[in-house]
Each structure stands twice: as structure tokens, then as C-alpha cells.
Design a protein around this ligand. Structure first.
Ligand code: AMP
Length: 215
């Protein structure tokens, strides 16, 4: 299966993507994670991306599209993938169509996670992520780790992303509305969009998403 996950920052895309990719046995490809890995390794690509990410803006397409394409062309992705955070604007969606067409492939679904805006801000402000594995995500009140600052899964240190500050979150939401939301209409025209509510417990949302994808 080839799936695109869309939703505002804080919708739980990363959390859901990790579970869905596992259930569907396809790799979870997150452009945000790829950028963060490049930043922590100090690569040139990471240096280019960092200032845009810290400001809550999109990293330019010429950097992002090549990076996403390289990842989609790796061996583990031949039978499908779950894209989390890519595409994030119509130009990227068009570039993805070109990549897929060249391989005679198609998307199966675009899963749109819906969540009210005030909930988004609460979720992001309390979000804590494991330094060892970004799919280990906690929340200081909704999904608190057993021991403060320590990942329940692997014992790694939990941290708050630099771009999870309130000011940057507001900018990321604005970018989402102006640049990313238009891809939902782009994919609606291809009859690919399934919208589900991202409210509720993590496993409830995963079950909802799996049901929607089966249809
Ligand atoms: P995420 O982890 O998906 O929330 O992404 C964090 C940040 O990485 C975003 O706010 C952007 O600055 C950058 N980013 C991730 N994916 C993309 C993309 N497809 N296009 C441009 N920038 C991206």
C-alpha cells in the first residue's frame, strides 16, 4: 500500500504513522524525521533545513523533494510506504505524482487526520519525544511517561522539539492552512481522501484509521 498521511501539526501523524506502518508492514517515511536526523548528524542538508524548521516554515522544495525521492527509492519501499509530512504543498504533490508515474505506481489513499485547533496547541505544548526514537512520543498530561523525562519504551531521554514553542506552532499552523491544506483538494479530485477524527486514545484512532483504509 502507498499512503499519504495529512493533518495539522499535533494531529498525531507521527504516532499514528508508526502504528499504521507496523500493522501494514510498510516503511514509515517522515520528512521531518529525515531532516532532524540530518541536523543531528550535522550534514549540509541538515544545515540548510534547520533555519526554516526553527522558524516553522517549510524547507524549500528543491531540498525536500530530492530527499523524499531518495528515501522512497530505497529497497524497503518497493512494495509500499506510508508518507508522513510529505507532500506538504501542491508542488510536492505534483512531484510525487511524477515519481510514482515513472514507476507505474499509484497512491492507494490519503488519510486526513482532523483535529480542532485549540486541541492542537494543547497537544504540541505538552509533547515530549524520545532522543533515541522519534516514534516514542509522550505528552506531559495526556500520555505521561512513568518517570518524568524518561522514555517508557527504551529509557531514552525525552525532549521538547525546538519548533514546538507556542510562537512557532502558530506559524506552523498558518503554513498548514495556506500551503498544506490545498493538497487535500488536489487529492480529493483523485478520489483518494479519507478523513477521520484524530480525537480520542491513540489505539482508538489507529483502529479508526485501519477501518477507513480497509474501505
Ligand atoms: P514534522 O516533523 O513533519 O512536523 O516537520 C517538522 C518541520 O520539518 C516542518 O515544520 C518543516 O519545517 C520541515 N518539513 C517536514 N516535512 C517537510 C516537507 N514535506 N516540506 C517542507 N518542509 C518540511
Amino acid at each position: 500500500m502507498r499512503i499519504v498521511l495529512v493533518g495539522p501539526p499535533g494531529a498525531g501523524k507521527g504516532t499514528q504513522a508508526a502504528f499504521l506502518a507496523k500493522n501494514l508492514d510498510i516503511p514509515h517515511i517522515s520528512t521531518g524525521d529525515l531532516f532532524r536526523a540530518n541536523i543531528s548528524q550535522g550534514t549540509e542538508l541538515g544545515l540548510k533545513a534547520k533555519a526554516f524548521m526553527d522558524a516553522g516554515d517549510l524547507v524549500p522544495d528543491e531540498v525536500t523533494i530530492g530527499m523524499a525521492k531518495d528515501r522512497m527509492e530505497q529497497d524497503d519501499a518497493v512494495n509500499g510506504f506510508l508518507l508522513d509530512g510529505f507532500p506538504r504543498n501542491v508542488a510536492q504533490a505534483e512531484a510525487l505524482d511524477v515519481v510514482l508515474k515513472a514507476e507505474d505506481m499509484q497512491l492507494d489513499a490519503v488519510l486526513d487526520l482532523e483535529v480542532p485547533e485549540d486541541e492542537v496547541v494543547k497537544r504540541i505544548a505538552g509533547r515530549r519525544i524520545c532522543r533515541n526514537d522519534s516514534s516514542h512520543v509522550f505528552h506531559v498530561s495526556y500520555n505521561a511517561p512513568k518517570s518524568e523525562g524518561v522514555c517508557d519504551v527504551c529509557g531514552g531521554e525525552l525532549y521538547q522539539r525546538d519548533d514546538d514553542s507556542e510562537e512557532t506552532v502558530r506559524r506552523r499552523l498558518e503554513v498548514y492552512h495556506t500551503q498544506t491544506e490545498p493538497i487535500i483538494d488536489y487529492y480529493r479530485a483523485q478520489n483518494l481522501v479519507v478523513t477521520i477524527s484524530a480525537l480520542g486514545k491513540v489505539d482508538e484512532v489507529t483502529a479508526r484509521a485501519m477501518d477507513a483504509l480497509k474501505k
